[in-house]
Design a protein around this ligand. Structure first.
Ligand code: UD1
Length: 419
């Protein structure tokens, strides 16, 4: 009997996570002809630039979305409301058994809210039901409610019927918040599934040559920087402190900075041009200063993976990059006061440096000299997380057409070593 699943993507990190799930669904449909999954891919349009969206669909060979909601950019409330309004129509039309949301962006919470407020209709008997909501990457907590993502995580988790977790801290957080153990499934990390699958292909990228980072065919020392969080780039004082440290580091090692559109806007509107050489403008420089960060276009998945793999150190305020560098064994300096991914700190690949210039420079000096000594990887970060997710969903009774139940009940958290 067919199971109908809607998967939602909206922003850049979602595409990477859903790629693994699309692959696992295709694989399952090939193997199990009796239990096929009808998969509907919905793109909210939260990210819409070619560099933020299309490049990822191409690199990850994602299918063209079945539905495109075109919500675009707006304030958080307006963006979330638009997503809810447009996604409700999709639910009413498609009548899925389950909606799968990933991560912590506005598309995640907007669609989660719509699912739990919409009655779908079983065409067989016209009975009404609420679809099951599955959250991939559930339970992560920074304990900083000033972060929009933290609000999105908490709301999505408390609405979800099945919660797929990436690390032990997430299991503990969910249990502490009163989520029933039966709903929590410790499956591993779909972002790492995608990384492991594309690592070899990424090595064919010409990005090191394009950025003139090769000397005699070998990568020279360089750092990669990503920065886009509102707390870092919208606040001029914090941005200035970060740039003071980054400018100092740029005197020691080239820093390659593929910039998010939000950050580019902030740089243009600010007095900070002296820190950058703008390579997006065919080598034209923004200023004549000597300590400069190389501003390059936002990159596609394969180019960025190649760049990150060969970097001596990565400086970032992204969540996913803290995880990717853990698997790549590249030292990561997180330009935030907290992380919702503590396993990356425990592994020794990531340090929290905040925005204090001396603390960032100290972290850089330590990481650059010492490198990484740990060769373990976090539990279940083994390339099979998406397969575990699909298997769990197939083995479950879901509300709607094929299994007329009104609530979803999963299995207990898998204890380490049980799988
Ligand atoms: C969003 C996520 C963040 C995630 C990030 C990954 C939320 C609350 N935040 O942040 O968790 O780490 O994506 O990139 O969902 N813009 C463009 N083109 C685009 C998309 C955005 O120019 O394709 C500009 C717009 O001016 C927009 C701004 O970037 O206002 C911010 O975009 P938005 O989607 O609101 O949040 P992100 O900062 O991208």
């Amino acid at each position: 009997m067919a199971l109908k699943i809607i998967s939602v993507v909206g922003a850049r990190p979602n595409f990477i996570k859903i790629a693994a799930i699309c692959d696992a669904i295709n694989e399952s449909n090939k193997v199990l002809s009796s239990e096929t999954i009808e998969h509907v891919l919905v793109h909210t349009g939260q990210h819409y630039d070619v560099s933020m969206s299309d490049a990822f669909f191409r690199d990850l060979e994602l299918p063209k979305p079945d539905v495109f909601l075109e919500v675009g950019s707006a304030s958080h409330s307006v963006q979330t409301a638009r997503i809810m309004e447009r996604f409700e129509q999709v639910l009413l039309r498609e009548n899925p058994n389950c909606v799968l949301v990933v991560g912590d962006v506005n598309s995640t919470v907007g669609c989660a809210l719509a699912v739990k407020k919409t009655s779908c209709t079983d065409p067989n008997d016209n009975s009404e039901y609420i679809p099951a909501l599955a959250h991939v990457e559930a339970g992560l907590r920074s304990f900083d409610r000033a972060m929009p993502e933290e609000i999105n995580r908490i709301v999505t988790d408390c609405l979800s019927d099945v919660l797929f977790t990436t690390e032990e801290s997430a299991n503990r957080n969910l249990l502490r918040e009163g989520i029933a153990k039966e709903k929590i499934h410790f499956v591993g990390n779909v972002m790492i599934d995608t990384l492991l699958r594309h690592r070899v292909k990424a090595e064919k990228s010409t990005i090191l040559r394009d950025f003139q980072l090769l000397r005699n065919g070998v990568a020279m020392p360089f750092a990669v920087l990503t920065l886009h969080r509102p707390a870092n780039v919208d606040d001029q004082e914090t941005f200035a402190r970060l740039l003071q440290a980054l400018g100092e580091i740029a005197r020691r090692i080239p820093i390659i900075f593929p910039a998010h559109p939000r950050t580019l806007k902030r740089i243009r509107d600010s007095q900070f041009a002296e820190y950058f050489v703008d390579e997006r403008l065919s080598g034209r420089e923004l200023s004549q200063s000597t300590a400069r960060i190389r501003l390059v276009p936002a990159l596609g998945y394969l180019d960025f993976l190649c760049l990150m793999s060969h970097a001596n150190v990565v400086l970032t305020d992204s969540g996913g990059i803290q995880e990717e560098t853990t698997i790549l064994q590249v030292p990561c300096i997180t330009l935030r006061e907290n992380t919702e991914r503590p396993v990356t700190i425990e592994q020794g690949t990531n340090v929290l440096a905040g925005s204090d210039p001396s603390s960032i420079i100290r972290a850089f000096t330590g990481m650059f000299q010492k490198g990484i000594n740990s060769h373990q990887r976090p539990e279940y970060w083994d390339g099979n997380a998406a397969r575990r997710i699909v298997t769990t969903l197939l083995q479950s009774s879901l509300p709607g057409k094929s299994n007329p139940r009104t609530s979803w009940a999963g299995e207990a958290i898998a204890e380490p070593g049980q799988r």
